[in-house]
Design a binder for this molecule. Structure first.
Ligand code: AMP
Length: 252
């Protein structure tokens, strides 16, 4: 992963500012990534951010950052409850998520652009995002929906390992690190997310179908949806994404 900034503003919220401002691309990209758990959204977000100079804004990362104790303050009751939901594979209640995203609204008008990964996840969140974008005077370029055969998702999730430090994502078979169990980028020991364990991942797949899949219709009706079949290597899927984006939106 090659984030353009330290994402302090996104991960910590409040008045915190990023130490490194992103360079202003000629044409900042503002995208939402949709797709079931395990489809590879996080990997695509990292590749797209590196290519476009945008910031990866993952709501899941806010919760993992708080879980790792990086927020520097004791958890609020709402955050404790959010983390319980996350461990079980359930969605965090809209109210909590919208409060967290609302207080990070500034990240949406960041000059580098953004790639939202994991938000919105319900129609109520999508409506709230429309409002936030309006308030911050920015528009979405597109919503990319990564689609794949449901059977492949459980396998992808079971083999996923992540770096708790730099957030790089690996897969035991499809994308193993050079040294088993160790991050190629920063040497930190890789972990399996608690919500990637089988009990929680089954819940996440069901929750996606019920609450998040309806967003595909929501954004299709708004004419913002780009569907991409997420088969092949991460680089192949990335290549497909960039080609479609270029055709639809012109060069970045
Ligand atoms: P992710 O990294 O996007 O897979 O998110 C990990 C977990 O964080 C999810 O399974 C949810 O428990 C929680 N989460 C992240 N983003 C949201 C959201 N937009 N709405 C509700 N829950 C979320």
């Amino acid at each position: 992963m090659n984030p353009q900034t330290d994402r302090a503003a996104w991960l910590l919220g409040g008045d915190v500012r990023c130490n490194t401002e992103p360079a202003k691309p000629v044409r900042p990209r503002r995208l939402v990534l949709l797709g079931p758990p395990g489809v590879g959204k996080g990997t695509q977000a990292a590749l797209l951010c590196a290519a476009y100079g945008a910031c990866p804004l993952s709501t899941g990362d806010i919760f993992r950052h708080a879980l790792a104790g990086c927020a520097g303050e004791p958890h609020t009751k709402a955050m404790e409850s959010a983390l319980d939901h996350m461990h079980r594979g359930e969605l965090v209640p809209d109210r909590t998520v919208l409060e967290l995203v609302g207080e990070r609204g500034r990240c949406l008008s960041c000059r580098g652009g953004f790639i939202l990964d994991g938000f919105p996840r319900t129609v109520a969140q999508a409506e709230a995002l429309d409002h936030l974008l309006y308030v911050h005077k920015v528009t979405l370029d597109a919503v990319i929906s990564y689609e794949t055969r449901p059977e492949s998702l459980a396998i992808r999730i079971a083999g996923r390992r992540t770096c708790p430090s730099c957030k790089a994502v690996y897969h035991l078979e499809a994308k193993p690190p050079r040294q088993a169990g160790v991050c190629d980028h920063c040497g930190t020991a890789l972990v399996q997310r608690t919500d990637d364990r089988p009990e929680a991942s089954m819940v996440r797949l069901k929750v996606y179908e019920k609450s998040t899949a309806p967003l595909i219709a929501y954004y299709r009706e708004k004419g913002q949806l780009i569907s991409i079949t997420a088969t092949g290597t991460p680089e192949e899927i990335f290549g497909k994404t960039v080609a479609i984006m270029k055709k639809k939106l012109g060069p970045a």
